[in-house]
Design a protein around this ligand. Structure first.
Ligand code: ADP
Ligand code: MG
Length: 206
């Protein structure tokens, strides 16, 4: 990633399209993961939410970055539903509030850390409980570490982090109702976070 961050309307449009397309392309996989340890709606929820974001992409992309992120978050809260909608909504809305001063990777890392903290507060959750946080927190750490080749490393970090949820026992969300039986399956929200990060990095990496 180049040190300076400049996300103009064109790039925002590409990011929205890439993330939405990736979620739609993976929606059956996400649903299958949620069928194993949840109620089988995660792919459907996420697809509905990101199709709504994409439908508004032209308008959203024209907004200043902070407002665009806020609008994405609001749409996710309203359209995704389930546990994941308010949590991803919180992530994007908080990023909208905190990203303002970010002009480089360090600033973005600080904004992302606050957004992840807001997800933790909203979900009353921490990493290690087999949730989306098990990908979001490693992302936060990788961003803070920064360095060359960050955009190539983030998708790998995310994939490994999602894989690491397989042996975990769920302590939060619907999967926690399964207790021991949640072990041996990847967390659907960890996988959707990985799908989003991977799509966004591909666009930013040019
Ligand atoms: P629901 O569980 O209401 O059906 P989804 O299926 O859309 O909602 O989303 C499930 C995902 O949400 C889980 O795989 C997990 O990653 C995430 N999740 C659920 N509860 C929490 C929580 N308290 N904190 C963080 N993430 C959570
Ligand atoms: Mg579900």
């Amino acid at each position: 990633m180049s040190e300076a961050i400049a996300i103009d309307a064109g790039l925002m449009r590409q990011l929205i399209d890439a993330v939405a397309d990736a979620i739609v392309a993976h929606s059956e996989e996400l649903t299958a993961l949620d069928q194993a340890i949840g109620d089988g709606d995660h792919g459907i929820n996420m697809k509905r939410g990101f199709e709504a974001v994409q439908a508004d992409a032209g308008k959203i992309a024209e907004k200043p970055l902070a407002e665009a992120l806020g609008a994405i978050g609001m749409t996710l809260v309203m359209k995704v539903g389930g546990a994941s909608g308010p949590l991803y909504g919180t992530l994007f809305m908080t990023l909208g509030k905190t990203v303002g001063a970010a002009t480089d990777v360090a600033g973005l890392a600080a904004a992302f850390a606050q957004a992840v903290d807001a997800v933790k507060a909203r979900g009353r959750s921490e990493p290690g409980q087999k949730t989306m946080l098990d990908v979001l927190v490693p992302m936060q750490h990788a961003l803070r570490a920064g360095g060359a080749d960050l955009l190539n490393r983030l998708p790998t970090v995310a994939a490994q982090a999602a894989e690491a949820t397989v042996p975990m026992r769920a302590i939060r969300g619907r999967a926690s109702f399964l207790g021991e039986r949640s072990i041996g399956h990847m967390d659907p929200g960890a996988r959707s976070a990985c799908v989003m990060v991977t799509a966004a990095c591909r666009v930013l990496g040019g």
